[in-house]
Design a protein around this ligand. Structure first.
Ligand SMILES: [Fe+2]
Ligand SMILES: [Fe+2]
Length: 153
């Protein structure tokens, strides 16, 4: 993610507007019970972003799209703190602890949450791998490519 991307995400995440009710119904039809509980803990801005990704990929990987950033619920950082965390993360995430560290490790933490929720292998793997280069994916390459192309971060 570069500065232009970061600025765009920042502006996009300012609204706390809820997704459309019809989108929430669609989400509920795709997720298991544990996944639904996780989804409900995501802030509205993250749910809107995830819905945009999910609407752009094949429906069988829509759950992976909806929950790829679910690990961000662990840190509970708001919009302003996330910008700071992202900039700090550019200097190497291994050095950061506490909530900033949790935010920067949202991939690993998200995969753990999804494993506990009984998610599918591809949903768990994509949470863990969505910031990795394609040569490190275990998800089928065509699915990873579709998910990545639909995601703007
Ligand atoms: Fe992410
Ligand atoms: Fe994303």
């Amino acid at each position: 993610m570069n500065l232009v991307h970061l600025a765009r995400r920042f502006v996009g995440s300012l609204g706390s507007q809820e997704p459309e009710a019809s989108d929430e119904v669609w989400v509920r039809s795709l997720l298991n019970e544990g996944e639904r509980r996780l989804w409900e803990r995501m802030p509205a801005s993250d749910r809107r972003h995830a819905l945009g990704v999910a609407r752009a990929v094949p429906v069988d990987v829509a759950p992976a799209a909806l929950l790829h950033d679910v690990g961000k619920i662990v840190s509970g950082l708001g919009t302003f703190a996330r910008v700071g965390a992202t900039v700090l993360g550019w200097s190497g995430r291994a050095r950061w602890h506490g909530r900033v560290g949790d935010y920067l490790r949202h991939d690993v933490l998200g995969a753990e949450l999804l494993r506990s929720a009984g998610s599918s292998d591809v949903t768990i793997a994509w949470a863990a791998e969505h910031h990795l280069p394609p040569d490190r994916w275990t998800v089928p390459p065509e699915l990873g490519a579709a998910l990545k192309a639909a995601d703007d971060d």
